[in-house]
Design a binder for this molecule. Structure first.
Ligand SMILES: Cc1ncc(COP(=O)(O)O)c(C=O)c1O
Length: 364
């Protein structure tokens, strides 16, 4: 009997399915998915509670574009409302951009240790992913430039990057953009922008304001800690924003996500607290690691890579931690098998994590 066939371009798709700890119970320490350590802001929690009491809202479709959320984003960051596109998480926006701009055979460049959703989305859209090597676990803009061909349509750059946690500075990006053809879309994915503490960092907004081929992506999943509600946004040149809005499924962002997201954005005090918690805890963890001669890649985000020097030790460490109900992320899908990625959790979670890692390494 003849079978229904998947389209040819997807036959070899390596689906990106992150290994997260399935349990969300408070018994486990979940440091595997870069979720905000402190949970959502008290104002967002209150908004969710109040919203869920209004039963009549559940049977109504959400607004196609929630203007309250758009207004909140625009006023928080001083932006033009027309240039904001909402998505069901920024993953959704990455796919939307690929589906909108890639014709079969078009090339899209991503970086060696860049976010794996990029190549996956390129392939799903029918494009060809082209990898540019990193240098020192950091995106190399020169290597990206060397991969540009006549067929290049999109360049993806997560800045700072997941899973390496490294970033490139404003001047480098500015010089890079000048060398890229204006009919190539440059996607600056700033999912971890809120955590960065470097003066030379740019989340990309300034480039979107000036140019017609740059998009910045943001998420509510990390610092705002609303990952389960799925909410992200893109800041685009107006023409591109209009096209994306017309291609986007009409109801892809649900009402509760928009409502909670609006409240979270307005809670600037909590954002400051989450930022300083991350910075302080990360500094303390890095000092502990250094003091014990444990190698890691310093990071600008709310996670970092721990170096175990061999794949076997990394796997054993992952298992050892899991037995203690601590979940971190194996890096085989990224070809970084000697490493484990660890999210910065609460102070207490990191204390327990460090004790376990030290006890694991004692016998090595
Ligand atoms: C660099 C990067 N971009 C985008 C995302 C997706 O975030 P969202 O939860 O908004 O889909 C992630 C999530 O891990 C990420 O690390």
């Amino acid at each position: 009997m003849k079978e229904v066939k998947t389209k040819k371009s997807l036959l070899n798709l390596q689906s990106y399915r992150p290994a997260v700890a399935e349990s969300k119970s408070s018994e486990i320490i979940r440091l595997s998915v870069n979720e905000g350590a402190l949970g959502p802001s008290p104002k967002a929690c209150l908004a969710i509670k109040n919203w869920s009491k209004q039963k009549h809202l559940f049977h109504r479709y959400p607004d196609q574009i929630d203007q309250n959320l758009i207004k909140a984003i625009a006023s928080r960051y001083g932006l033009n409302k027309e240039k904001i596109v909402l998505g069901n998480g920024s993953d959704d926006l990455i796919q939307l951009i690929c589906n909108t701009y890639l014709d079969p055979g078009d090339e899209a460049i991503y970086t060696e240790y860049g976010f794996l959703v990029f190549p996956q989305s390129i392939i799903i859209a029918g494009g060809k992913p082209i990898m540019a090597k990193d240098v020192n676990y950091t995106a190399s803009l020169d290597n990206i430039l060397s991969k540009i061909s006549k067929k290049t349509k999109i360049i993806f750059l997560a800045n700072p990057n997941n899973p390496t946690g490294t970033m490139v500075g404003r001047n480098e990006i500015s010089n890079f953009i000048k060398k890229v053809r204006s009919n190539i879309l440059i996607i600056l994915d700033a999912a971890y922008a809120e955590y960065v503490d470097k003066i030379e960092y740019s989340n990309g907004l300034e480039f979107v304001e000036k140019l017609n081929n740059v998009i910045m992506l943001r998420t509510f999943s990390k610092l705002h800690a609303l990952a389960s509600l799925r909410l992200g946004w893109a800041y685009c040149p107006e023409k591109i924003a209009n096209i994306l809005k017309s291609v986007r499924p009409a109801f892809s962002v649900n009402s509760l996500a928009s409502f909670a997201g609006t409240a979270a954005l307005e809670d600037v005090e909590f954002q400051k607290l989450s930022f300083s918690h991350n910075l302080k805890t990360k500094k303390w963890v890095f000092k502990e690691l250094k003091d014990h001669n444990i190698s890691f890649i310093p990071s600008e985000t709310n996670f970092f890579l721990l170096n175990f020097h061999t794949k076997e030790i990394a796997i054993n460490a992952l298992r050892f931690l899991e037995e203690k109900n601590i979940f971190v992320r194996g890096m085989q899908p990224y070809n970084l098998s000697n490493y484990l990625r660890v999210t910065i959790g609460t102070k207490n979670e990191m204390k327990i994590f460090l004790e376990c890692i030290l006890s694991f390494l004692k016998d090595k």
